[in-house]
Design a protein around this ligand. Sequence first.
Ligand SMILES: Cc1cc2nc3c(=O)[nH]c(=O)nc-3n(C[C@H](O)[C@H](O)[C@H](O)COP(=O)(O)OP(=O)(O)OC[C@H]3O[C@@H](n4cnc5c(N)ncnc54)[C@H](O)[C@@H]3O)c2cc1C
Length: 435
Amino acid sequence: MADSDRIVLAGAAPLPRSLWAATARPPIVAPPLSGAAEADAVVIGGGFTGLSAALHLAERGLSPVLLEAAEPGWGASGRNGGQIIAGLKANPAEIIAKYGRDRGKAIVDLVGGTADFAFDLIRRHDIQCEASRPGWVQAAHSDAALRAVADRCADWQSHGAPVRMADRAEMARILGTGDYVGCIIDARGGAINPLGYARGLADAGQRLGARIHGGSPVIAVEKQGEGWRVRTAAGHVDAPRVVIGTNAYTTGFWPGLAQSVVPVSSFQIATRPIGDNLRRTILPEGHVLSDTRRLLRYFRLDPQGRLVMGGRGTFKDDPGAGDTGRLRRWVGQLFPALSDIEYEHHWAGRVAVNLDHWPHLHALAPGVWAGLGYNGRGVAMASRMGAILADLAAGVPAEKIAFPITPLRSVPLHGLRRAVLPVMTAWYGVLDRVQ
Ligand SMILES: Cc1cc2nc3c(=O)[nH]c(=O)nc-3n(C[C@H](O)[C@H](O)[C@H](O)COP(=O)(O)OP(=O)(O)OC[C@H]3O[C@@H](n4cnc5c(N)ncnc54)[C@H](O)[C@@H]3O)c2cc1C
């Protein structure tokens, strides 16, 4: 029996039929939790946040148990665009204005270093995930957006980051489209097969002694003596520390956590491999790109030359071919030579959005921490967040953690999101056309 069959038979929801599911390395064997167990820490959620936390706890010589509802990489981590991007949506100057010179600078260094951190993890653990580092491009869709991008570039340059503006000729050459007015090239960024990366993190953690259970949705986290009991339908784990990394897929096991983010769907499509001649003209140096629209579009090639295009979707977790017409139109607009190309894959994942567009690190109770809310930019940051959560669970005092720990807050009108979001999406679409 193949490993993947074993996990599906264990009762987990199957992965979406994404490009990454078709091309990633095989999954690890992660049997469901059964009966009672004890651990130094329980990690809930098997995405980059939880997998990185478990790996870093195991690297410290501790014995974590990771409980994942489906299989490692099943959530956003195995479905995303695979673009490794340094930094947050906030620029360094905003971070320093908010947190002051010394603390602000420490946070800027931390978030500016997240791409290095992820590539270093891949290298240290020899993770086979088609990693490459040609750079991330942020392309401006309007003159106003270009001014903001130029400010962002100057701001990061003043902190020594390897970022620069491309002139129009260079932009046309490295993108193969004239659809944008300008762009920044950030040499810190790059590409991975995200499901391969998630599975590689799981493998590395498991090799170091982390016990990883798939098909094990957590239904309750309860106080148990000095520590915590984390329960699934088939068993429980007792531990002094709990780390939560469930992001946009958070269920109701901790009061208020699911309400602290709004899950928003993002859809992706992948073409068949593009022929060699055309491939020499479309992203010929392998850059990955996100643009500046509020309803952002992002695209890249995979190593076999498939164009992967992504953007905001509806509430569907499983889009049909008919739901992705908008994405196919964008491909035709950007690259007219691909107007009639066939598509091999379409899939969706949930992005966790909040009002300040800032990832949140919460101390929920003594010995319980959560990291979530990456606002669609979590490949590098969630990897880093996992290590921060591991530090906290290993006993590093909160004062020594550079990243801010904030109180848990519900997003206003969370219960009405299905009514509110389509209105906001339409409004953002209008703003994107005029600004
Ligand atoms: C379509 C898409 C494209 C994206 N593209 C990019 C990109 O190119 N670059 C970038 O930087 N970011 C991107 N992102 C964002 C990035 O993927 C996420 O920020 C990141 O993967 C979050 O990782 P995570 O581990 O916090 O959450 P997830 O990977 O979502 O993992 C959470 C896990 O928790 C599990 N879980 C939930 N509830 C329970 C429970 N009760 N018990 C046990 N387990 C539970 C879920 O099954 C899930 O596997 C994208 C996101 C999406 C959806």
